[in-house]
Design a protein around this ligand. Structure first.
Ligand SMILES: [Zn+2]
Length: 300
């Protein structure tokens, strides 16, 4: 009996994989890979969709089609793949060296289809790497660091903090063995000076509120965190009680606060769902244990 179940499971080659709520990839997997999958049991997710679990990187060659929840359509082939390799000293212990994400392009918009960690042992194709902060796949050059410094300056000019960018530039130059101390010091001073101006000059406050409002029109927590913009928002909100906001900025400000609240409400909903699922699975496991214990009598 056991053999029959195993072989029919192994005969399946195409699996629907999902890591977000409404999207999935259909990929051809080996039996070993398919053993690492877990079926998703969630309201709104059709049966037969699996989480990628500890599958690691999925080669686009294995992808046959995908469903984009945002577009509500299924597409042939693989969506675009992007791989980000992290600094060597981060996330150690779990053999995770970075992240990958499959994206569907719809005109100028990007729709995330599936994402997950890249593990040390994964055979990744270098052509999909858009950023390598470890220098292991794509060597870190002086030009790259110069470009990052330029980008950080631009970010400050646009009204954002460059704190995490500066930290990354420091790490990159240390990893590559270049001395950028002087330029980094200048950049830090530029960021700190702007920091002061940011809240004390009306035109900067205006740029900041408008930037925040534009960002919040599409942002998710993941986006805000990965771009370091969450720090900027948090700091702005901390200072808000002491700021004088001009009347013409109040609509924008209201939008920023409301949108940020919405993100928390979504997160709360998600946590509640997870809690409900955990409770259900505890019940299932408890009753399974009871059933198995009862079955023990047949072994006596
Ligand atoms: Zn789409």
């Amino acid at each position: 009996m056991e053999q029959v179940i195993t072989s029919s499971f192994l005969e399946d080659k195409l699996f629907k994989l999902s890591s977000f709520t409404n999207d999935w990839l259909t990929a051809e997997l080996t039996p070993e890979e398919s053993m690492k999958l877990t079926m998703i049991r969630k309201e709104g997710v059709p049966t037969g969709v699996y989480t990628t679990g500890n599958l690691g990187y999925i080669d686009p060659k294995k992808v046959r089609s995908y469903f984009c929840g945002e577009c509500g359509k299924e597409y042939e082939g693989s969506p675009e793949l992007r791989i980000y390799i992290e600094f060597g000293d981060e996330r150690t212990g779990r053999h995770i060296i970075g992240n990958y994400i499959f994206l569907h392009y719809e005109e100028t918009k990007l729709h995330g289809i599936l994402g997950g960690p890249v593990l040390e042992e994964d055979a990744i194709d270098i052509k999909y790497i858009v950023e390598d902060n470890s220098g292991k796949f794509i060597p870190i050059t002086r030009e790259r660091i110069e470009k990052e410094i330029e980008k950080a300056h631009k970010r400050v000019d646009d009204g954002w903090k460059a704190f995490s960018e500066i930290r990354e530039i420091e790490k990159l130059s240390k990893l590559a063995g270049f001395n950028f101390d002087k330029k980094i010091k200048e950049l830090r001073k530029y960021d700190e000076d702007y920091e002061f101006k940011r809240y004390n000059q009306p035109e900067n406050l205006k740029a900041m509120v408008e930037n925040l409002s534009e960002t919040m029109s599409f942002a998710s927590f993941d986006y805000l965190e990965s771009t370091g913009k969450r720090d900027t928002i948090e700091e702005f909100l901390d200072r808000l009680p002491k700021l004088t906001i001009p009347t013409e900025l109040k609509e924008n400000l209201k939008f920023v606060i409301n949108s940020y609240t919405d993100l928390y409400e979504e997160a709360l909903e998600e946590s509640k769902n997870e809690l409900r699922e955990t409770k259900e699975s505890i019940k299932r496991e408890e009753s399974e244990i009871k059933r198995l214990k009862k079955l023990l009598k047949y072994a006596h």
